[in-house]
Design a protein around this ligand. Structure first.
Ligand SMILES: [Zn+2]
Length: 138
């Protein structure tokens, strides 16, 4: 009761990173705008500093953005689905569903869908490895 499912860690982190990146991005754009203003105001040195700061901040924020996106994509690929096979020993009826908390091999479940007098049993729990696009050898 009152138990909330844990927030998806990856989504939380990426939104936090995204927020920081957007702030840095905005600051870098401000720095670049100020650099242009300073340049036209004949303050070449100040313009140079602002330009460097702006470019570094811009590069950094884009880099972080790309890195975090890549990490999220990697996570999506690396999490294989765990499947549970349920079988009826009597009629051989087989069904596969996603793994649920508390599943274990030889656990008895509800009655069979085809012969309701017999109970179904978990016969296998395995990680489903989906055939992804094969990485190019080049
Ligand atoms: Zn059956």
């Amino acid at each position: 009761m009152g138990k909330t499912p844990p927030a998806p860690e990856t989504a939380r982190i990426s939104s936090f990173v995204l927020m920081i990146v957007l702030i840095v991005l905005a600051l870098s754009l401000v720095a670049l705008a100020m650099a242009v203003i300073a340049y036209f105001g004949r303050e070449q040195i100040v313009a140079g500093y602002l330009l460097v700061i702006g470019v570094i901040a811009l590069t950094l924020s884009i880099y972080v953005l790309l890195q975090s996106r890549r990490r999220v994509m990697k996570m999506k690929i690396e999490v294989p689905q765990v499947m549970t096979t349920i079988e009826c020993k009597k009629c051989g009826y087989k069904s596969v569903r996603e793994f649920q908390r508390g599943d274990y091999v030889f656990k008895e479940l509800g009655p069979c869908q085809k012969c309701p007098d017999d109970k179904m049993m978990i016969t296998a729990i395995y990680k489903e490895v989906k055939e992804k696009e094969k990485p190019s050898p080049f």
